[in-house]
Ligand binder design. Structure first.
Ligand SMILES: [Cu+2]
Length: 162
């Protein structure tokens, strides 16, 4: 039995040493939980990368959009793509357009072609600027009222993306 004591002592020492080594690894290891939490927070607060598409058709009538006066209210969120199919629908040679520019007034600079009856154009732009603006027809005859003065305008509302 005397011979066994040193052996037992070595075994005990080995167990203590390995236990201490294991605990040491745990204490000095990388803060895995903190790193994981930071990554999750980054994902949660990242801005949305997807954008919506607002698509509509406007008939360019005398002297309104889809109406004889005024036009539909277009609503979108910041970042949305706005796609408008314009269909010339004026009487005789009268042309109309879709304008959203500094005279709206607005920070946009959108100007379609002036379309005669039967002509079509698709315009696209990104709703980069939040706010409520007027779109209108920029045609001004050499005499008489402009088309906008005759009521050819509508409202576009760009809402903040929450
Ligand atoms: Cu017009």
């Amino acid at each position: 039995m005397r011979i066994m004591w040193p052996v037992i002592g070595v075994i005990i020492a080995a167990v203590i040493a390995s236990a201490a080594f294991f605990i040491g690894i745990q204490q000095t290891g990388p803060p895995a939980s903190q790193g994981t939490t930071a990554t999750a927070e980054t994902r949660t607060t990242a801005p949305p990368t997807s954008r919506g598409v607002v698509s509509l058709t406007l008939y360019l009538n005398d002297y309104g959009y889809n109406a004889s006066k005024g036009g539909p209210t277009i609503t979108a969120y910041v970042g949305d793509l706005i796609r408008i199919r314009l269909v010339g629908n004026g009487s005789g040679p009268i042309r109309h357009d879709f304008t959203l520019d500094r005279e709206s007034p607005s920070p946009y600079d959108i100007q379609s072609d002036r379309l005669r009856n039967g002509e079509e154009q698709v315009i696209e732009f990104v709703a980069n600027h939040e706010g409520e603006y007027k779109y209108y027809c920029s045609v001004k005859p050499p005499f008489g009222q402009s088309h906008r003065e005759r009521g050819q305008e509508g409202t576009i509302i760009i809402l903040p993306r929450s």
